[in-house]
Design a protein around this ligand. Structure first.
Ligand SMILES: C[S@@+](CC[C@H](N)C(=O)[O-])C[C@H]1O[C@@H](n2cnc3c(N)ncnc32)[C@H](O)[C@@H]1O
Length: 253
């Protein structure tokens, strides 16, 4: 008889307070793909989840087949705040702060670090982590009180926290590298080449760049914008800036 392994619900309840919730199939797929340690994964419909993997993620099908335990629909609903349409949820081990700091400080850096200076909106932070993963950025650092590993940020990031380094630091603790701070009053980005070792810093949704971050900035850079428009959304500003880096010599993927 094969060993059924530990009861997934016992593992879930043991880890729920400290682990990272992967909410839905796509978050689990990304986390597994980028090497996350996933001690437990459950679904209310195993055959539907594996069919999704076969269709969208054959590279992780075998791993998900070994991980996913089917639980009754009511049990699944009791584990998550808001059921996901794919009825999949998992817990991943959060990478250590030391590992994150090592990746952020590693030189020579081959892709920028995105710095969000005191961001307020959890959805924006998640969208930025997804962008950083997509462009192969070294990592995302937040300053201030927002936790970049908050469950709502992880949901917005679609499990891609595991594809880039994500840490909260003070401005004084930022890794080395020239700081290009994004501000509508800066020099037009179209005339600027962003180096691979740059820290690309973005201000808070409410009040823009802090005085401390401005003092650390080597360059102020602006995204083109009509005069009557005050500013862009934070995550779209990061998207345009990373795209500019990639289109002017940066090397994503
Ligand atoms: C929503 S905006 C901040 C608006 C805020 N009310 C302010 O006073 O600056 C968030 C951040 O996105 C970046 N950003 C938005 N529009 C920009 C633009 N046209 N050029 C450069 N950065 C921009 C900046 O880093 C800004 O601090």
């Amino acid at each position: 008889m094969t060993d059924p392994g530990p009861d997934p619900l016992r593992v879930w309840h043991r880890l729920a307070d400290t682990a990272v919730l992967l909410d839905g199939f796509h978050a689990l797929k990304h986390a597994v793909r980028f090497g996350a340690e996933v001690p437990v994964a459950v679904t209310a419909d195993r055959s539907a989840a594996l069919a999704l993997a076969e269709e969208l993620a054959p590279d992780v099908l075998a791993a998900l087949d070994g991980l996913l335990a089917e639980v009754p629909e009511a049990t699944y609903r009791g584990l998550v705040a808001r059921p996901h349409p794919t009825a999949v949820a998992a817990l991943a081990v959060r990478p250590s702060r030391e590992a994150g700091l090592r990746k952020l400080a590693h030189t020579p850096r081959t892709a920028p670090v995105v710095v969000l200076d005191n961001p307020r909106n959890l959805g924006n932070a998640g969208a930025v982590i997804r962008l950083a993963a997509g462009f192969g950025a070294t990592g995302v650092v937040t300053t201030g009180t927002l936790d970049p590993w908050h469950p709502a940020v992880v949901r917005g990031g679609a499990g891609l926290h595991f594809a880039t380094a994500v840490e909260r630091l003070t401005v004084a603790e930022l890794p080395p590298g020239p700081v290009f701070a994004l501000d509508p009053e800066g020099a037009d980005i179209r005339g600027v080449r962003l180096p691979d070792d740059a820290l690309l810093a973005f201000g808070s949704e409410r009040s823009g760049l802090s005085a401390e971050l401005r003092a650390r900035a080597d360059h102020l850079v602006a995204l083109p914008m009509r005069p009557q428009v005050s500013s862009y959304n934070l995550a779209t500003s990061v998207a345009m800036t990373l795209y500019h880096w990639s289109a002017t010599g940066g090397a994503p993927v």
